[in-house]
Ligand binder design. Structure first.
Ligand code: SAH
Length: 461
């Protein structure tokens, strides 16, 4: 059976700018091929079992890139896989989506195109530049700045004489040439120019100037590809229309939760949120042993007891069934937990050697002969960013501190603990939170003051 290939527009980077169909296709995909320009945070929408192929890392990437990718798409689809080819912006705006579609058609592979928001329009809006405006531009022209030798050459005379907005993609290496050609063909040296890098993402940067001075400003600001080059009077509107969101540029890491209310609150203020893996407990459907045959219950962790109790209740019994048992907790934390559940431990013994005892615990940590009442399943949301690309990590619970796999002491970023118990869990790992609070407003206000990378070049010059 042949699968299918979806050429999927990822949009300019902010994961929330993906289309609804795009999100569904990502969730359905067995294989996802993506490259350098695609924001890796989008992979959080895929299923944990999906195979993720970073085609930017294929051997001999630059030489055989496109032919190798085309062939991979065909091979995966012919193996019956649902394939998503994730492409930055819109698949049919540069980026060779058309060539991929032709190759798939020629190989009789079912193929669909799911459009995305192109950076050529959305990237401008992200910094307050409307691509058309009645007072400034009644057309726009999207032009590639990258030319293969022997390929089609640009008609500079024609381009320079358009009254509309010019948007160059893949043009940073040719910035000098672009500015020179436009002026040589009649454009004023004072024509406004904007450079927008990583539009809609936390690392978005904007530099403005004119055809005469933009190159010097770009060098001074150390801004480079991938970026859009916008030429025309609409650039002036950025001064007035640039969004001013208090948390723009903040990149925050949270433990994964499908129902987090904190994540949208942060996003609404302009922050970008990424998630790290969590281990979530899930019940095991075990058979209740004949409790009249045992003398003691050894509880190795509190949660294991909660799941045990649930199972007991589901079977129409309650804690009175345990009345004849000696209750042993393996540490004081477990004993305290049992107490909260209305059960007093008879003993606290780290390694009880009790004959005829029922030992309950978590599947992964239980010695042979014990009864596992639940297991931890990892909810996979791979962090594809280095830790130093975040400004802050927020820990809502001590469990989330335990779930965090990386070395907290090495991370040079702001830690926020939601409550004193979470702070204690951090301290056990040798880290200290800069803010301890459960109040969402406090957290948002605190984040506004957190230092961002390259903050001063984010503004209009
Ligand atoms: N299909 C894409 C364009 C691919 S060509 C689209 O529709 O947006 C690659 C070029 O797109 C880059 O060199 C850069 O000029 C531009 N680009 C893509 N995403 C961008 C972003 N988030 N910010 C700035 N430029 C971007």
């Amino acid at each position: 059976m042949t699968g299918r290939v979806t050429l999927l527009g990822a949009g300019p980077g902010n994961p929330e700018l993906l289309t609804l169909l795009g999100k569904r296709r990502l969730a359905e995909a067995d294989v996802i091929l993506y490259d350098r320009l695609v924001n890796p945070s989008l992979l959080a929408f895929s299923k944990p079992t999906a195979q993720r192929v970073d085609v930017g890392k294929l051997p001999h990437f630059h030489k055989v890139k496109q032919t190798a990718i085309n062939q991979l798409l065909v091979d995966y689809a012919q193996a019956g896989q649902r394939v998503v080819r994730l492409k930055a912006g819109d698949p049919y705006v540069f980026g060779r989506g058309g060539e991929e579609a032709q190759f798939l058609k020629a190989n009789h592979v079912p193929c669909e195109v799911v459009s995305g928001l192109t950076s050529a329009i959305t990237g401008l809006a992200a910094v307050g530049i409307p691509i058309t405006h009645r007072d400034y531009a009644s057309s726009f022209h999207v032009i590639t700045g990258h030319h293969q030798s022997g390929g089609r050459q640009l008609d500079w005379d024609n381009i320079a004489h358009q009254e509309g907005t010019l948007v160059f993609l893949m043009g940073m290496a040719a910035l000098n040439d672009i500015c020179t050609q436009l002026q040589a063909n009649g454009r004023a040296a004072t024509t406004p120019v904007a450079i927008i890098q990583w539009a809609t993402q936390w690392r978005q940067r904007l530099v403005t100037g004119t055809l005469a001075d933009i190159e010097a400003r770009v060098i001074a600001a150390k801004i480079g590809a991938p970026a859009l080059i916008v030429v025309g009077d609409v650039v002036k509107l950025a001064r007035e229309l640039q969004p001013t969101q208090p948390l723009q540029g903040q990149h925050v890491l949270l433990p994964y939760s499908a129902h987090s209310r904190l994540a949208p609150a942060l996003q609404d203020q302009g922050a970008t949120v990424d998630f790290f893996d969590r281990e979530v407990p899930t019940a095991i459907d075990f058979t209740l042993p004949d409790l009249s045959q045992v003398d003691a219950l050894v509880v190795t962790d509190g949660r294991a007891y909660d799941y045990f109790l649930k199972r007991l209740l589901a079977a129409g019994q309650d804690q009175r069934t345990l009345a004849h048992l000696r209750i042993i907790a393996v540490n004081t934390a477990v004993a305290k937990h049992l107490r909260r559940q209305g059960l007093l431990a008879d003993d606290v013994i780290a390694t009880p050697q009790t004959a005829n005892a029922l030992v309950i615990g978590e599947a992964g940590r239980l010695a042979a002969g014990g009864l596992a009442t639940y297991q931890l399943t990892t909810v996979a949301t791979p962090i594809t960013w280095e830790l130093d690309e975040f400004q802050a990590i927020i820990f809502p619970s001590s469990q989330s501190v335990h779930d965090f796999q990386q070395d907290l002491r090495a991370a040079q970023l702001t830690l926020i603990a939601m409550g004193p118990r979470v702070q204690a869990a951090l301290q056990e790992r040798g880290a200290t939170a800069q803010l301890v609070s459960t109040n969402r407003e406090d957290i948002l206000a605190f984040l506004k003051g957190v230092q961002q990378h390259d903050q001063d070049s984010n503004s209009i010059s």
